[in-house]
Design a protein around this ligand. Structure first.
Ligand code: ADP
Ligand code: XUL
Length: 508
């Protein structure tokens, strides 16, 4: 029985969650929001706005400041010396570039200088491309050509060469900035960077997050020499190793002991991506449950037996941190599109948005809202309208119905019948939105009692890997669904089927 900490470094915030596996209680939670808590940085949604040529970057120093703010808040209510193990979940695909002396910066235990102050001088690239970046179409084409075409890349790495994935991002940097690439000694993912910061040394990438790079052999769970070769010169020596998600990296660094009062015996378990982490946090790490996460991005994922890939090139196979693999589709226009529609309709709160949904008739029309270029489906910014005309009053419902229908259409390749949906992410708290997902998928929707599934997954992985807890036991304590199943209205089925067919006709 242990007290464990899960950290989630997502697009918009850093979340810290402390669990007591003896009492089955969540002891504390703290969150630092990169926009609202650091207004002077000018990154209101966690990333750097106005990127050139579809580039979307974020500041790794802001992530560090967010981590420190969240830990500082946690320390006020919680005795951090009691924490026995910690692990990390990080937004997937984002990468951090480090140059000479980066190991000394990781190991620097001086509590007088912040993590950002230690890391700033050793960044070989000031900012980090993140999953929203779509500037690498050319590099994707080059990687695919070198590896024998996109089907070959998909068979090898679990996904076709994908613009937001780390390999194409690395290639673009190495091509356009060869001098800075030469100075780069280490490339980390967000999850492995944060785990390295916690451990005070270089820490491996796990097979779950490693699969989101177009660099890992999905069947071997290790770097593919051919993919590395096709991506950038000297890449093999600039990457950390790959290890299973259950790997204990070592003890927490002196910095966290001195600055936040952690125990010197607190262990660090290597990190994973936010979607693989949510898979664990939702209690869905064994095949049979389908999860939809409505966060900045909307994702649909499920643990799968064996490895399945999407012939259309939109879905992905990632590693399951607990072994095996998982399928995933990712929609870029998730919460940010819902927020834009809310603003457009002049609705001040999410309650007003819900009221507008509830007032409009279901399954009459749908709109796929793409405020920015979309990745699933691959489509330039704009709107696809289905069914009857949409008025301003019915726009919130039509937009959420369009999002749910598109997800249903684009997840058909996974092949798992949807008998139940588990919903998580910021918008999952909204019952009107949850009802639409139940109706469109024709399946009951459950939500978790704990809403931060990515941070929860990190805490559960820490408990299993470092404290010997059994995942079945942990799931029974922390992954119980909240009371209140949302049942689908089956009478809407044929109307939604017709709208899905219309969407497919407009897209393909
Ligand atoms: P991420 O982990 O990607 O940073 P979250 O899963 O925390 O994102 O979700 C944050 C988003 O959830 C916010 O941007 C907001 O748009 C949305 N959100 C929060 N509460 C609601 C609500 N009641 N209804 C709809 N959307 C909501
Ligand atoms: C998944 C993806 C996003 C990020 C950010 O492929 O790009 O879901 O992990 O949450």
């Amino acid at each position: 029985m242990a007290i464990v900490l899960g950290l989630d470094l997502s697009t918009q915030s850093a979340t810290a969650l402390v669990l007591d596996t003896k009492s089955g209680k969540q002891l504390a939670m703290a969150r630092a929001a990169f926009g609202p808590d650091f207004p002077e940085r000018g990154h209101p949604e966690g990333f750097i706005p106005g990127g050139y040529n579809n580039e979307v970057h974020a500041s790794p120093l802001l992530w560090l400041d967010g981590l420190e703010l969240a830990l500082g808040c946690l320390g006020v209510s919680t005795d951090l010396s009691k924490i026995e193990a910690v692990s990390v979940s990080g937004q997937q695909h984002g990468s951090v570039y480090l140059g000479a002396d980066y190991l000394a910066a990781f190991a620097d235990g001086n509590p007088q200088t912040s993590l950002a102050e230690k890391i700033k001088p050793v960044l070989s690239r000031e900012t980090s491309p993140i999953w929203m970046d779509s500037s690498t179409a050319q590099e994707c084409a080059e990687i695919a050509a070198a590896l024998g075409g996109n089907q070959a890349v998909c068979d090898l790495t679990g996904s076709v060469a994908t613009p937001r994935f780390t390999g194409p991002q690395i290639r673009r940097f190495a091509k356009n900035n060869p001098a800075l690439w030469a100075k780069t000694e280490r490339v980390h993912l967000v999850s492995s960077f944060m785990a390295s910061i916690l451990a005070g040394k270089d820490v491996a990438i796990d097979t779950g997050d490693g699969a989101g790079m177009n660099l890992m052999d999905i069947r071997k769970g290790d770097w593919s020499p051919a993919a590395l070769q096709a991506t950038a010169p000297d890449l093999a020596k600039k990457l950390p190793s790959i290890s299973p998600g259950s790997t204990v990296a070592g003890s927490i660094s002196k910095y966290f002991v001195a600055r936040y009062g952690f125990s010197t015996t607190c262990r660090v378990v290597i990190g994973t991506g936010d979607n693989p982490s949510s898979l664990v946090g939702m209690g869905a790490s064994r095949p049979g449950k389908i999860v939809i996460s409505l966060g900045t991005s909307d994702t649909l994922f499920a643990a799968i037996g064996g490895i399945r890939t999407d012939a259309a090139g939109l879905g992905h196979a990632f590693g399951n941190p607990l072994g095996g693999s998982m399928s995933l589709i990712c929609v870029r226009n998730g919460s940010l599109a819902r927020e834009a529609i809310r603003r457009e309709c002049g609705l001040k709160s999410w309650d007003d948005f819900s009221a507008a949904i509830d007032k409009s008739p279901a399954a009459q029309s749908a709109i796929l809202p793409m405020e920015v270029d979309e990745i699933t489906p691959r489509h330039s910014a704009g709107r696809i309208t289905l069914g009857k005309n949409v008025s301003k009053e019915s726009l919130p419902r039509a937009a959420v119905e369009g999002q749910a229908l598109s997800m249903r259409l684009h997840s058909r390749w996974v092949g798992t019948p949807t008998t139940q949906l588990l919903l998580t992410g910021g918008a999952s708290n909204n019952s009107s939105i949850a009802q639409i997902f139940a109706d469109v998928f024709g399946a009951p929707v459950l939500r978790l009692a704990v809403s931060d599934s990515a941070a929860l997954g990190a805490a559960l992985r820490a408990a299993e890997a470092a404290c010997g807890e059994k995942m079945d036991y942990l799931e029974s304590l922390f992954c119980a669904p909240a009371p209140g199943v949302i049942h689908p209205n089956r009478a809407l089925r044929s109307a939604y089927d017709a709208l899905e067919i219309e969407l497919a006709q407009k897209l393909f």
